[in-house]
Design a protein around this ligand. Structure first.
Ligand code: UDP
Ligand code: MG
Length: 327
């Protein structure tokens, strides 16, 4: 039977953790009883440098039951990195790993469907939200716009799929080969290319607590996604530059013609505006290019994406495997 791990990144989730762990434990126990998954399956919480009691709760859970395990990161590394830390830890023990959020927004009942698809032979199963009626209109619209933009810019991305997904061990091994520091899992996973399918589910309201993704983080996440997967913005700027250059040539000719026809007026207004327009465009262009250069700079440093402080509830693996622990 296959060992399935659930990986859950947690950042200041003390309000939801007890309920989440209770529900997940129930589901896992049920699946073990039905002999769908091995009794060695576990729920692995990753504490992403929480400032509240989150790690304490995880420790207690691990102490109470073998079904739980925990990874404590040295500091807050962000959702994507915390998730990766969990996935890379779990892949040493599990045949397949399901990642989900701690806040019970992803329907836990879908876990069984995930496992079924995995048993059917799929390596990657994407959880796709069937509707977004519990999200605010604003979040729905921005999310919709984001997926459209990503597709337009040429990134392969599954619409309305967040980070609720199942990945087999061999898919995770492929994922581990992606060495980039600027991590956008949703864009990377479709590039692995193993057989994949989707499972739809209803997105719930957050069980308790506040969203850890305020608008600021959401925008930076979207920007990260776009600049990590597309160089179209740079091309677009080149095109704009070329076009405005063409326009300026026409303007020059026009001005000369007007001059010889004696129609020159004191055109300071149009001059003023065009200086602003061109200046603006240039700054924008430099900004976008700078963004990409910044990315290159970060990538060249090859800094570790996360650092694990301690692991609970998982027996130590042999030496050769623990070498790739912190990458
Ligand atoms: N999270 C994390 N590190 C962070 C921010 C969030 O591990 O820096 C976790 C958080 O605990 C939750 C998941 O990422 O399990 C998704 O966060 P949240 O539910 O706040 O995002 P939303 O659903 O509002 O987009
Ligand atoms: Mg959430």
């Amino acid at each position: 039977m296959d060992i399935i791990y659930l990986v859950i990144p947690c950042y200041n989730e003390e309000e939801v953790l007890l309920e989440t762990s209770k529900r997940l434990k129930q589901i896992l126990k049920q699946l073990i009883k039905e002999k769908k998954i091995s009794f060695k399956s576990k729920i692995l919480f990753v504490n992403d440098g929480s400032e509240d009691e989150t790690w304490h709760i995880i420790e207690t859970l691990c102490w109470e039951s073998d079904l739980f395990a925990g990874v404590n990161l040295t500091r807050n590394c962000g959702h994507q990195n915390a998730l990766l830390a969990g996935l890379m830890t779990a892949k040493k023990y599990a045949d397949a790993v399901i990642s989900m959020d701690a806040d019970l927004q992803d329907d836990v009942e879908a876990i069984e469907a995930f496992v079924d698809r995995f048993l059917d032979g799929y390596d990657i199963v994407y959880g796709v939200r069937s509707s977004r009626c519990t999200d605010t209109l604003f979040k729905r619209m921005t999310a919709e716009g984001f997926y459209r933009l990503m597709k337009f810019l040429g990134a392969e991305i599954v619409s309305n799929h967040a980070d609720y997904r199942l990945m087999s061990k061999r898919a995770l091994e492929r994922l581990a080969q992606f060495d980039e520091v600027n991590l956008f899992l949703r864009g990377i996973v479709p590039q692995i290319g193993y057989p994949s399918t989707i499972v739809t589910y209803e997105r719930q309201e957050r069980f308790a607590g506040k969203s850890k993704y305020p608008l600021r983080k959401m925008i930076s996440f979207a920007f990260e996604g776009i600049t990590s997967f597309s160089i179209k913005p740079i091309r677009f700027i080149c095109m704009m530059g070329g076009m405005s250059f063409l326009v300026s040539i026409f303007m020059l000719i026009y001005c000369i013609v007007q001059h010889f026809m004696g129609n020159t007026v004191s055109g300071w207004a149009s001059l003023g505006t065009s200086i602003w327009a061109i200046g603006g465009l240039q700054l924008l262009a430099i900004g976008v290019i700078g963004e990409y250069i910044g990315k290159i700079y970060l990538e060249t440093k090859h800094r570790p994406k996360y650092m694990i402080e301690e692991i609970r509830g998982l027996e130590e693996k042999k030496k050769e495997e623990s070498n790739d622990e912190d990458n």
